[in-house]
Design a protein around this ligand. Structure first.
Ligand SMILES: [Zn+2]
Length: 130
């Protein structure tokens, strides 16, 4: 399903967001816990964040899927850009619930056996065959 290349590529494209902080952790330690289908959504969000001119100590601390939605957590060092950062992340979360988390095609958020996932029809079918 994931060959891991997307997340390495994302981390390499935006190294400043992922460098270890003085608190001793960074996203590179925690990982990107989503399917590869959201790499485009995450990349767009990080491009927006990179354009804001955030303080040097701004870091992303976790990127993960929760209840079928993309969640992006940061360390709060947004300078004066609090609203812009929250807007960019909210847009990415909104986009994620319409994007298949496995392949990046248009998807639908659904609950199955108590697990929320966002999948397209063919990935859903593939996962129910497995
Ligand atoms: Zn799919």
């Amino acid at each position: 399903m994931s060959d891991g290349k997307g997340r390495v590529e994302l981390i390499e494209r935006f190294p400043g967001f992922f460098r270890a902080t003085e608190e001793g952790f960074g996203l590179s330690d925690l990982g990107i816990w989503t399917g590869p289908g959201w790499d485009g959504v995450i990349g767009q969000c990080l491009t927006t964040l990179a354009g804001l001119g955030l303080p040097d100590d701004f870091r992303l601390v976790q990127i993960k899927e929760k209840f079928g939605e993309l969640r992006i957590y940061h360390n709060g060092r947004t300078g004066e850009h609090d609203h812009a950062v929250e807007d960019a992340i909210a847009q990415a979360t909104e986009a994620s619930v319409h994007t298949c988390e496995r392949c990046g095609m248009a998807g639908i958020r659904m609950a199955e056996h108590g697990w929320w996932r966002t999948l397209c029809a063919s990935c859903l079918q593939r996962s129910s065959e497995a």
